[in-house]
Ligand binder design. Structure first.
Ligand code: BGC
Length: 754
């Protein structure tokens, strides 16, 4: 590191235009044109005007020649060349930062983040992020736009696939794990990349799940639901933060000093770099809070946006604003200094190539160990939603028909697959053939995973395969292009042709007495009653990543257990959305979820989900005993602040196989100054037991676990009675055990955004 004094000296030599360029992030295409494979840019003031939409930005060649960061590229050779060409013509020799979206892997792709949420395993998330960082850094990247810490309860929103589910607490554990995995112990380590948590904050609350639409979030839900994962990422040391495209209390995040300065930096203690989302500074104009690009720059700077991604309000506007006294030079300097500090932490002033190394890239990218890790992760994320004994498939089966579009499909990566390629994936039928032999597996897709029409010839082939089989694997799901950014849907169900195909397959299989296991590929909770009502088993594979085909075969054949549990409730109908485990009690509670008289709920349907948070079956069965609590209350005489009650439960494997269950702890605060959720998910332990084996699992509950935002928005606990519940899902819980929190400890209150 060159250190603070050297960075400040550098800053003092920068012109206003150079500062504005340093705070600008551009797509790599700009550099191709200006640096032309190593040739110096002219550095002049001519408007750089490539064809296509990039031309609209009216970026000057001088801005490209002094720009601070590059978006959307990877490859050691290419980025080394780009850095060298840039530095060769740069006046101040400040290296470029290379940033891109490595969301769930670079070339070795892991399950989508929502699926990783299903692992309930911070260690797994950390190791996937570490592998992603190793590949990314060797390929020349310095920053990844991950983890996404958004909170969402609406499967209509395409980006729910990038969340880790509906528990703010679990989201925090996984966000922190991802940050630690990406950043390692030291950003200067050539296998580390800096993590950019996003999108701060509230993007997942878009109304109706409509992409980029308005949000209306109370301060309570902002703090209790949306901020915890960001706070955990800050505490884990996230180096960057990206403000959301959307509004918080009417103000776009990129123009909100309250959000970015008071809350993010002031309350949450974030000291890193903020980078706008793609074009979000210019979008202050259509949002209707800035009249022109100058005003957009003025507002974003005042709010505390350090880097402007892919719009040119800073590049063309900051210097004139400074001249006109409409921008505070100290705020410009503070933004640029933060960018320079990040470059220094990455060691770029000493080695501008950081980890970019063609030999290492060749050795690590999609190496056997990473592919094996992807296979292992995928199996750990798969959720067995229903099973009547159809799974695992019996080894004696002679002929298996794998039907449906995902029989032969290789698009298993999901949204934001970065450098991942479909051709790296093995489709499910092929994975089964490799295991069982080609003569035992017959595949017939029947239709495409996109919403295209059912092909009658394809359907006939499917039905012929079903009739000739001993068992059927029905592989269906949404298409990855229907998930992720700009992929919101009103109807998160299987496309109609696949529903028709599933019906026909299930009818034919029932007539022939053949068991059907359905495998569902999805990036969001889907409403699929037609599958779980009628198929003998339903395995949720999500978008499982590079080795997801092999992993699904491992699970279907029983070599691996389906270890995932739902991190988000699966609704029974679209009209129930949002549906989640931590509902508030209501003044008119309903025991069965129906509004039979004047109770909360609907007349025509329960408000309970089809599959609850935490749900997931195993290939064996477990019995949970009644939980007990070791003491009636916190505190007792002479105790310190670290005192706890312990809730424990005996869990036994009552089935025929060794297996794992996820023992879950939920809490309820019975009376408080604000209405508290019926269930708050606050603990879990994965237990692996042999048949007949029993283990006692204990959860420690201390006072900080009981804190919440009270009626004055202070983050405190309130004395009173609490209930603890234990079970294998939010829908299968023990009777409560009670304990109390007594008044009287002076060190209980804590302020802040947590
Ligand atoms: C997305 C961000 C992403 C950025 C850069 C935007 O459209 O909202 O999540 O990091 O593009 O690719």
């Amino acid at each position: 590191m060159i250190g603070e004094a050297a960075l400040r000296a550098l800053l003092s030599r920068m012109t206003p235009d150079e500062k504005a360029a340093q705070a600008t992030q551009l797509y790599e295409a700009f550099f191709d044109a200006v640096l032309a494979e190593g040739a110096p840019a002219d550095g002049g003031g001519a408007v750089f005007d490539p064809t296509g939409p990039l031309g609209d930005l009216r970026i000057r060649r001088a801005t490209v020649a002094a720009a601070g960061s590059v978006l959307g590229s990877s490859g050691a050779a290419r980025l080394r060349r780009l850095q060298d060409a840039y530095l060769a013509q740069s006046r101040l020799k400040i290296p470029l930062l290379f940033m891109t979206d490595v969301i769930h892997g670079l070339r070795t792709v892991f399950p989508v983040p929502l699926a990783l949420g299903a692992s309930f395993d911070p260690a797994l998330v950390r190791s996937c992020a570490r592998i992603a960082a190793t590949e990314a850094a060797a390929s020349g990247l310095h920053v990844t736009f991950a983890p996404m810490c958004d909170f969402c309860r609406d499967p209509r929103w395409g980006r729910i696939t990038e969340t880790t589910g509906e528990s703010p607490w679990l989201n925090g554990l996984l966000a922190a794990a991802a940050v630690r995995g990406y950043q390692g112990g030291d950003l200067a380590d050539p296998s580390s990349v800096a993590a950019c948590m996003k999108h701060f904050a509230g993007y997942g609350a878009v109304e109706g799940g409509r992409e980029y639409d308005e949000t209306d979030i109370s301060e309570r839900s902002l703090r209790a639901l949306h901020l915890p994962a960001f706070q955990a990422a800050v505490d884990a040391g996230a180096a960057l933060a990206m403000p959301a495209f959307t509004l918080v209390d009417g103000v776009p995040a990129a123009a909100s000093p309250w959000l970015l300065r008071t809350v993010l930096r002031g309350e949450m203690g974030f000291a890193g770099v903020t980078v706008s989302d793609w074009g979000a500074v210019a979008e202050l104009i259509p949002h209707g809070v800035a009249a022109d690009r100058g005003e957009a720059a003025e507002k974003a700077l005042r709010a505390g946006v350090d880097v402007e991604m892919m719009s040119s309000c800073y590049a063309n506007g900051l210097a004139p604003l400074l001249l006109a006294d409409r921008a505070d030079p100290a705020q410009v300097d503070e933004a640029v200094l933060r960018i320079l500090r990040l470059k220094d932490r990455l060691g770029l002033f000493e080695d501008p190539h950081h980890g970019a190394d063609e030999a290492r890239e060749k050795a690590v990218v999609l190496c056997d160990a990473h592919r094996a890790a992807s296979r292992d992760a995928a199996a750990r994320c798969m959720v067995l939603l229903a099973n009547d004994g159809t799974l695992p498939l019996r080894p004696a089966l002679r002929r298996i028909a794998v039907v449906g579009p995902y029989a032969e499909a290789a698009h298993l990566l999901g949204a934001w697959a970065c450098d991942g390629r479909d051709e790296d994936c093995v489709p499910l039928a092929e994975a089964l053939r490799r295991r069982l032999g080609a003569d035992r597996v017959v595949a017939a897709p029947g239709c495409a995973a996109l919403d295209e029409a059912l092909d009658p010839d394809g359907l006939a082939a499917v039905l012929a395969a079903v009739r000739a089989a001993d068992a059927v694997v029905l592989a269906v799901g949404e298409h990855p292009s229907r998930t992720g950014e700009a992929a919101s849907r009103t109807d998160p169900v299987l496309p109609a042709p696949q529903r028709a195909l599933a019906d026909a397959v299930l009818d034919a299989a029932r007539a022939a007495g053949t068991p059907v296991a359905a495998v569902l590929y999805a990036g969001r909770p889907l409403v699929v009653p037609e599958l779980d009502d009628r198929a003998g088993a339903l395995l949720l594979a999500w978008f499982p990543g590079t080795a997801g085909g092999e992993a699904a075969a491992d699970v279907l054949l029983g070599d691996r257990e389906p270890e995932g549990r739902l991190p988000a409730s699966f609704p029974e109908s679209v009209g129930q959305i949002p549906v989640h485990h931590d509902r508030l009690p209501s003044g008119r509670p309903s025991a069965d979820g129906f509004s039979n008289g004047y109770q909360v709920g609907y007349r025509d349907r329960s408000f309970l989900p089809r599959f609850a948070f935490g749900h997931g079956l195993s290939y064996t069965t477990f019995a949970y005993g009644a939980p007990s609590v070791d003491r009636p209350a916190l505190w007792q005489e002479g105790e310190g602040a670290d005192a706890a009650v312990t809730v424990s439960v005996a869990v036994a494997n009552t089935g025929p196989r060794t297996g794992t269950t996820l023992v879950q702890l939920y809490l309820r605060d019975l009376v408080a100054s604000v209405s508290r959720p019926l269930l708050s998910f606050r603990g879990f332990e994965r237990v692996r037991l042999a048949p007949g084996q029993t283990r006692r699992v204990s959860f420690r509950i201390d006072e900080p676990m009981l804190r919440f935002h009270d009626d004055r928005m202070r983050f405190v606990s309130e004395p009173g009675d609490f209930h603890a519940f234990v079970g294998p899902s939010a829908a299968r819980l023990s009777d409560p055990v009670a304990f109390a929190l007594r008044a009287g400890r002076p060190d209980r209150a804590a302020g802040g955004a947590r």
